[in-house]
Design a protein around this ligand. Sequence first.
Ligand code: ATP
Length: 359
Amino acid sequence: DMTPISPADRHYLDVWGVAKSFKGTRVMSGMNFRVDRGELVSLLGPSGCGKTTLLRIIAGLMEADDGSVVLGGRDITRQPAHRRNISVVFQSYALFPHLTVAENVAFGLRARGTAKSATAAPVAEALRLVRMSDFADRPIAALSGGQQQRVAVARALVVGPDLLLLDEPFSALDRKLRETMQVELKSLLRDRGITAIFVTHDQEEAMGVSDRIAVMNAGRIEQFADPSTLYARPASPFVMDFVGLSTRLAARVTARDGDLLSLETALGPVRAPGDLAPGSAALLAVRPELVALGQGENTLSVTLEDVMVLGSKTMLHGRAPEGDRILCELPGIRTGLARGETVSLGWAVADTLVYGVDP
Ligand code: ATP
């Protein structure tokens, strides 16, 4: 395709038509992925969907079989990794345990040919950014996991990269520290206007750190959108299931009036916006926090299978036909509801998601 790219279509990072096979097995083809300058983006998906492969192709650590990678207007497809000015923070951090913190950070500069005497100032600045100045002379082995991650980030940033890639950067940290480090790193990247791509299989992490999330499935991007669109308007059942929980019920379209569908489920009739033909099989879904106790535009009467008091919320699990799931999330601690009780659950027509299902 020789169509010239118009300026309006020009993106800071432009991955176009990338394909990759391993020993004859295609894991990715026709991959298009574009990121704007200063954006924080996540590649999110289950194990084996191709996140790391895409990241490595962008970094130049792996060669694509086909397609191109353009960064800042320059075609870097054929450039080796060390010529790309892209920094990578690896899952393991890949620090040198026998070197000090400052020596590890200086390594990034030394590897690019900076004279030893010229490393002190940028190293000090990078350590200041990650709040590790007091640890400059410590050996890596004497640091906690969070501190090691800060050093890995300092080493990645010290060279002034055009693009920062992070492969599961928080996975070695416990839950509380992970949240602290996410806030810290995000604010650092924002302040410096750095364009970064995170690889993660944790949807909360992706929602928390990114402007946009590319949800990947089997070597394809199923949806690339900001967190709120992804959550409120998932483009497919895969995306809906991957980002958050939903009530989900098998349904059949009984009538269509404009863009309003009437559907029949095992628990009763429901209405939803959509454009499926009458007779179609469908999957109906609604996010649990949009379901309330009592009547709504859509109302189903369900018997409670379980009531889970989780502290910040209480989750009601309705008894559902096999393969389906009925969830209602109420804010805070709710007492006085018990398993076996029959309740009405209601929600708005506009909050109802419908997907066509191949028969
Ligand atoms: P994870 O979250 O487990 O790291 P991922 O989404 O990053 O998974 P990739 O590592 O990109 O997935 O792998 C994509 C597919 O390519 C998988 O099916 C994987 O088995 C395969 N694959 C990746 N690297 C190689 C390789 N060097 N040789 C053969 N197959 C590979």
